[in-house]
Design a protein around this ligand. Sequence first.
Ligand code: G6P
Length: 610
Amino acid sequence: MCGIVGAVAERNVVEILLEGLKRLEYRGYDSAGVALLQSDGNLTRIRRTGKVQELADAVANSEALGSTGIAHTRWATHGGVTEANAHPHFSSERVAVVHNGIIENYVSLRNQLTEKGYRFTSDTDTETIAHTVHEELKSGKNLLNAVQSAVNTFHGAYGTVIMDKEDPSRVVVARSGSPLVIGLGLGENFIASDQMALLPVTRRFIFLEEGDVAEITRRTVDIFDKHGAPVEREVVESNIEHDAGDKGGYRHYMLKEIHEQPTVVRNALQQRITETGLAPDVFGEGADAIFKQVKHVQIIACGTSYHAGMTARYWLEQYANVSCNVEIASEFRYRKSVVHPNSLLITISQSGETADTLAALRLAKESGYMSSLTICNVPGSSLVRESDLAFMTRAGAEIGVASTKAFTTQLTAFLMLTLALGKENGMLESDESGIVAALHSLPAKLEETLAITNGIEDLAEEFADKNHSLFLGRGDQYPIAMEGALKLKEISYIHAEAYASGELKHGPLALIDDEMPVIVVAPNNELLEKLKSNVEEVRARGGIMYVFADKDAAFEGDESMRVINVPHCDSPIAPIIYTLPLQLLSYYVALIKGTDVDQPRNLAKSVTVE
Ligand code: G6P
C-alpha cells in the first residue's frame, strides 16, 4: 500500500528518496511524488501517476535537489489516480505532507478549513493534514507543536511526515495506526513506512509506537508519546538482507519466491524440530506453560494468511484435539463474539502490519483471551510487538504482492503449533511421529514438486483465454483450493472461485461448461473416493478438468481431464505440497496474459488501511 520515505541530511537526498520508493514499489501503488526543501529556500515538488521510474525520470530532468525531503507512493483511497491527488500535498506553498492511512473525519475538517479560507487542490483526505498543520503554524507554534496539536483533530489512521519551508532543518512525523520507522545515520536521519526502504543507508532503526510524534533533524531524534511526554524507544539493529530486493536471475520476484520455498521452509524448521519432536519453547519463553492451559484457539487473519488459518483449523482439531475458529479480521473486529474459556488468540500475517488484523488483536486483548500469539514474517512489526508470543516464519522478505513463500512457511509454523498444542491435549503418538517425519521430509518434497513446472506451463496455455474458473478441494485441501483461486485472480485477473467439492451440487454445478476450467487438488487421502465422485459429476456435465493428483491416486486422463502428477507425500504436509503447483499455474497464466505479476493492478502488499 502507500509508502513513505523521508530524509534530513547534509547531502542531497534525492537519490535516497527515489531508491527508497523503488524499494517500496512491491507494496503496490498507483502514483508517486517527492518534495524537497532546496538550498535556495524553495519548496519544490514533482509528482507522477504510474511507476516510480517515471517520477525518477522527471526528477532527473529537473533541477530538483535538497537535503531535507519527503517522498511517497500512493495507493488511491480518497480521490482517483491523478497527479493532483498524488502526495506530497502542500498548504500555502509552506507545509508539505505525505501520509499513509485514512483521515476519517476529513469531510468535516475540509469544511472547517474551507471556511477559514483554505483552497483544496486535491480530492484527498491527506490535504486536510497539510492545511491543519499550516493553521497551527500560523498561530506561532513551531512545527513539532503544530503537528502535536493537529493530530488531536484527526480521527482514523495515519503515518505522516511533515516539512515546513520556514524550518528546513527538520521533519516531524506522527504515527497512529500506520507504521513508521526512523532510520539512524551518521549526521543524517531518515524516516520510512517500512525498514526495507532505508536498508541502503542504515541498519539502525527505531519503530515508533502508537500515538508517537517525533522530531527528526540531522543529529537528533526526539520522540513524544501520545500524551506529549518525551520517551525513549529502543534502537534495533536490522538483520534483513540488504539485497532481499534482488530478483536473483528470475524474471519476477514471485517466481523467485516460489522457488525459494524449499530453502525458507528448511529455515523455518531449523533448530525447531528434533528427530523425535518439537524442541522446547520454540514458541517463545513461557509458551509451553500457556499451551498447557489452552482449550480453544481463535485464529484471525486476512487474505492468504486467512487461508493458512483455515488449513490450521483442520490440523488443530484433527491432530491436537483443540477446538478452533478462524475468522477474517475485518469481520471479527466489527461483531460481538463469544470468548471461550482458556482461549488462545492467534493472528497470522506476512507483514505484521495489516490494519484489520492489528485492530482485531487490540480488540481481543480487551476481551478476555488468555494469551495472544502471532505467526508473522517481519520481526519488529506491530503484531510482533503487541502480541504476548511471536513465532517468526523466517520466509525472508517477500516482494511479490501475491503471497507464496510466506504462506507455506505459515503452514509449516502451524504444523509445529499442532505438535506443541497436541502434546498438552492427548495427541496420538502415531500422529506426533507422523507429523515430525512429514516435516523432516518437507523441504525435499517441495524441491521434487517444483520440478513438475514444465507440465504446468503447457497447461497454462490452455487456460489463459478463459474468463472464469472453479477450484475444488476437500478437507484440508479446501483452503488450498481457495488459495489457488485467490492466486489466479490476483495476478491473472481471471475470475476464480473455490468450493469444497461436496458443495458442488448446491450451486456451482450449474456453471459447468467447456468454457470454465475446473481445477481439482487430489492427494491420495481418505477423502479421495469422495473427491472422485465429485469429479464424475463435473465430467457428466461436459466440464473440462485439470487434476493435480498423487501419482497413486489412479486418475485416468482423457479429453475432458488433464492429470498432473504430484509427488506422493504424507498427509500432514499435503496442503503445503499441493500449494506449489497452484502457485505455478497462476504464475504461468499471468505470464501468458502479460499482466504485472509482481504488482497486480489495484492490489497492495501490506494493507495498512482498513
Ligand atoms: C494483502 C496482500 C496479501 C496478503 C494480505 C494479508 O491483500 O496482497 O498477499 O495475504 O494482504 O496480509 P498479511 O501481511 O497480514 O499476511
